[in-house]
Each structure stands twice: as structure tokens, then as C-alpha cells.
Design a protein around this ligand. Structure first.
Ligand code: DAK
Length: 256
């Protein structure tokens, strides 16, 4: 497939997807979702890619779902648009490797929802976050009603969705929506530093930790603890885990 919207770069075990439709501030349309699904088909079986980074070109990460494409839809088309997007974001969330949103600018509506489907968010000081759907007379359609409250708590989710207020990167940091804020020119450097750190962190344990954390959050505490114990136990059959502990005891760096 020839990509029109996504720019893809793979280097040092890190895949970087840049959403590039700057004339529409990278608004998400059906073609974006088709391209992202195609890319995920290629990515899922690859063992050489350890971290995925998603960012936007220009002054926007993603300024929302494409309002021009949505405006003429009827309820069946709206439902299809929503479920296609939700399924795609779920796929992103369920990737085995960590996914970082490098939020360079506007992350509004579907853009904030895309960032929330990533494992964590590093934002430029210039980034802006919000769920402005109420201004359009609609509710969010790519799972902000669920992910925002899980990430920031009920009060913040209700506040952001009901007021449609746009907030700064520093406010998003205070709410727990983003994990770090950087100077704009240092964003990608900081993101790559984190990506390389995770890529080198005994890579077999990273996807296991991600899955246990993500699956555990929708279980009750007892079931989630049992899941952790089962996965913890399985590691003792893995050479990388043995090597990690052996290296510590021998006071040297592990060789994965
Ligand atoms: N869709 C389409 N085009 C957009 C866009 C968007 N979300 N955001 C910006 N653009 C376009 C503008 O129309 C403009 O195009 P031209 O006029 O140049 O052709 C160009 O990008 C530059 O935008 P501005 O001239 O407005 O740029 P400014 O710097 O002045 O303002 C802004 C930047 C981000 C503050 C402003 O563009 C803005 O307010 N954009 C809309 C933000 C927004 O409301 N986003 C949320 C969209 S709603 C669902 C599924 C999903 C969703 C909902 C339901 N189901 C199907 C149930 C999700 C909904 C959303 O995401």
C-alpha cells in the first residue's frame, strides 16, 4: 500500500509514524484509519520493532476526527465511522510493544483519544488537549468517555468533556493525562531516549508488563493479582530473566 497520510520510519528497533495531513491539522478521516490498519497488519508480527512512536506533522498532533467527512453522515454511517475508529485504537492499545504518543501540538477530540490509546504521552509545551465534541453537539466517539476517566479520574473526565475546555500541556500533566512535558525542540529527542530505554529493558519482559497492567485494570484486584503471579512465575523459565538476575549478582550489565 502506498501511504498518503502516514510517514513511516523504522530505525534502531523503533517505528515512528508521523501523521501528515497538515492542511487539515492532521484530522482523522477514513483513509487515515485504513492506512493505520494496514500498518498495524505489518507491525503486529514483527519482532524486530520494540517500540512504536506516533506523532503529527506541523502545529498539530491531530485536531480531531475530520469534521468535513463526518458532517454529511447519517446514523448508520456515524456508527460505522465510530466502530472502525474504536477497533483501530483498540488494536493500537493491544500491540505487544509500548506505544508512545509524542504530542507536538493540538490533540483535540479524536486526537486526544488517539493519544489516550497509546501507552503514554510525552507533550511539547505547545501541545493543547481537549474533548471539544460538546461544541459540535455530540459526545466523543473514540472512547474518551471511558479512557479519560481511567487516566485522569472521574472529575477531570467529566470536567473536560462537559465543558469542552482546551487545556495546556502543563494542565494535562497535572491531571495525569501526560507523563512529561518538554521544550518543543526537545520533544522527539526525549521520546527517542525513552523508546531506546524500553527497547533495551530486557525486551521480553516489557510486553508482558504492558499486557498484565492493561488486562488487570478491567479485572477485580484478586483476579489481577493472580494474573500477575502467573506471568511472574512464567518468567523463571526464560533465559533473559535468569540473565538479568545473574548479571546483578555478578555486578555486570545484563546481556539480553
Ligand atoms: N476536521 C476537519 N478539518 C479541520 C479540523 C477537523 N477536526 N480541524 C481543523 N481543520 C481544518 C480547518 O477547517 C482549516 O481548513 P481550511 O479552512 O484551511 O481549509 C485548517 O484545518 C486549519 O484550521 P484553522 O484555520 O481552524 O486553524 P487555527 O490554528 O485557527 O485553529 C484549531 C486551530 C485546532 C483550534 C481549530 O482548527 C479547531 O477548533 N479545529 C476543530 C477542533 C475540534 O473541534 N476537534 C474535535 C473534532 S470532533 C464519533 C467518532 C469520533 C468523534 C465523534 C463521534 N462517532 C462517529 C460517533 C470524534 C469527534 C471529534 O474529534
Amino acid at each position: 500500500m502506498e501511504y498518503q497520510i502516514l510517514k513511516i520510519q523504522i530505525a534502531d528497533c523503533i517505528a515512528t509514524v508521523t501523521i501528515s495531513r497538515p492542511a487539515a491539522l492532521n484530522a482523522l478521516n477514513t483513509n487515515f484509519f485504513k492506512e493505520l490498519n494496514h500498518f498495524l497488519d505489518d507491525l503486529e508480527p514483527r519482532e524486530d520493532v520494540k517500540v512504536l512512536v506516533i506523532t503529527g506533522e506541523g502545529k498539530s498532533f491531530v485536531a480531531g476526527a475530520d469534521i468535513a467527512e463526518m458532517a454529511p453522515m447519517n446514523s448508520d454511517e456515524g456508527y460505522a465511522f465510530s466502530t472502525f475508529g474504536q477497533r483501530t485504537f483498540d488494536r493500537l492499545e493491544q500491540l505487544p510493544m509500548p506505544v508512545i504518543a509524542a504530542v507536538n501540538g493540538y490533540a483535540l477530540g479524536g486526537g486526544c483519544e488517539l493519544a489516550m490509546a497509546c501507552d503514554f504521552r510525552i507533550a511539547s509545551k505547545l501541545a493543547k488537549f481537549g474533548q471539544p465534541e460538546m461544541n459540535l453537539g455530540m459526545i466523543p466517539g473514540y472512547a474518551a468517555t471511558q479512557r479519560l476517566s481511567r487516566l485522569t479520574g472521574l472529575g477531570n473526565a467529566l470536567y473536560l468533556i462537559l465543558t469542552a475546555e482546551t487545556i495546556t500541556a502543563d494542565d494535562a500533566l497535572r491531571m495525569g493525562l501526560v507523563q512529561k512535558v518538554t521544550e518543543p525542540e526537545l520533544l522527539m529527542e526525549e521520546v527517542m531516549k525513552l523508546a531506546l530505554k524500553m527497547a533495551g529493558n530486557g525486551s521480553q519482559a516489557v510486553p508482558v508488563a504492558k499486557r498484565v497492567i492493561r488486562e488487570g485494570i478491567s479485572m477485580n484486584f484478586g483476579e489481577a493479582s493472580e494474573l500477575e503471579a502467573v506471568e511472574f512465575g512464567k518468567q523463571f523459565d526464560r533465559t533473559a530473566t535468569k540473565e538479568g538476575m545473574k548479571a546483578f549478582l555478578e555486578k555486570r550489565k545484563p546481556v539480553w
